[in-house]
Write a protein that binds this ligand. Structure first.
Ligand code: PBG
Length: 332
């Protein structure tokens, strides 16, 4: 692989770093707005947005404002937007029935984006946590998050999102068997081109803290998610999950969180060669923003560096809250 290296001074590796032009010429990885999926938070109401305190620069938006954000994304060259609902308290119940209501705010947002910016791909989140009284991604019975009953609910949720016009479904729940069940149901209902981006290697991470603030789940969550999300100490298990999800009908796979898990991204890409995404999660975003606000790091440079490193690690794209800001910088 490595060609013979002549001795110094025949080899001066600094030659190729000497000018911006030469560095550009030999750069192995590039970053562009086309690499981003932008996660946005949707809330009830009209013509309003409110800041998420633990995520500076991130807002919850009403459906009409989400549609405007989608137009902005389209203008910036961002190909996809991902919707997360901030659910009203009354919509969090034991049976989680609002999750598959055609008129919940997530499904309203899908339709509004499709109207406003038809060129944008709309991605969803499939998990019960925004609609669950206890903040877990699945039904809780006898102190346990039950798998198969949850999968039945997730299938209903997936079909409602597909009916609303979603292009990419994002099961983020980590139940076993959900990809196969969702794929079978989509085929049966004629949704042949609806794509599944599986949250395949999703770890039980403390880096999700600010997100749970953003969707109002922090107070609701009882216990942790360790019986279904992965142990951060594991790597081989991620490969088994990718193999399983692909065999069940996932089109795209994801590693989450991002920056502390780039070794997993690289292993997945090398082993399977499938479209591989990473989620630069809320805690990663919050850390960079906090350091920037304190003057401890340069925000713009660290933002671009962090995103470039996902590409270098083998990712085809990144879910990132930086999407519009990074796209603006990259677009000049
Ligand atoms: C919920 C979900 C979570 C995130 C995406 N979907 C949180 C969790 O699993 O508790 C995290 C995203 C982020 O931290 O930015 N199923």
């Amino acid at each position: 692989m490595t060609p013979t290296m002549p001795p110094f001074p025949a080899a001066r590796l600094r030659r190729l770093r000497a000018t911006p032009a030469l560095r550009t010429l030999v750069r192995e990885t590039t970053l562009s707005p086309a690499d981003f999926i932008w996660p946005v938070f949707v809330m009830e109401g009209r013509d309003r947005e409110e800041p998420v305190p633990s995520m500076p620069g991130v807002f919850r938006r009403t459906v009409d404002r989400v549609a405007l954000a989608a137009k902005e994304a389209e203008a910036l060259g961002i190909p996809a937007i991902c919707i997360f609902p901030y659910t009203a308290l009354a919509d969090r119940t034991e049976d989680c029935a609002v999750a598959w209501s055609p008129d919940n705010i997530a499904n309203q947002a899908i339709r509004a984006i499709k109207d406003a910016a038809p060129g944008i791909a709309v991605m969803t989140d499939i998990a019960l946590d925004p609609y669950n009284i206890n903040g877990q991604d699945g039904y809780v019975q006898g102190g346990d998050v039950v798998n198969d009953e949850t999968v039945e609910a997730l299938v209903k949720m997936a079909l409602a999102q597909a009916e609303a016009g979603a292009d990419i479904l994002g099961p983020s729940d980590m139940m076993d068997g959900r990809i196969g069940a969702i794929r079978t149901a989509l085929e049966a209902e004629g949704h042949r081109n609806v794509t599944i981006l599986s949250y395949t290697a999703k770890y039980a991470s403390a880096f999700y803290g600010p997100f749970r603030d953003a969707v109002g789940a922090s107070g609701a969550l009882k216990g942790d998610k360790k019986t279904y999300q992965m142990d951060p100490a594991n790597s081989d298990e991620a490969l088994r999950l990718v193999s399983r999800d692909l065999s069940e009908g996932a089109d795209l796979v994801m590693v989450k969180p991002g920056m502390p898990y780039l070794d997993i991204c690289r292993r997945v890409k090398d082993r399977f060669g499938v479209p591989t995404f990473a989620y630069q999660v809320s805690g990663e975003y919050a850390m960079l923003q906090a350091a920037d606000q304190n003057g401890w790091l340069d925000g713009e440079t660290t933002m671009l560096e962090s995103l470039t490193c996902f590409k270098r690690a083998g990712c085809d794209g990144i879910l990132t809250y930086f999407a519009p800001e990074a796209a603006r910088v990259l677009g000049g």
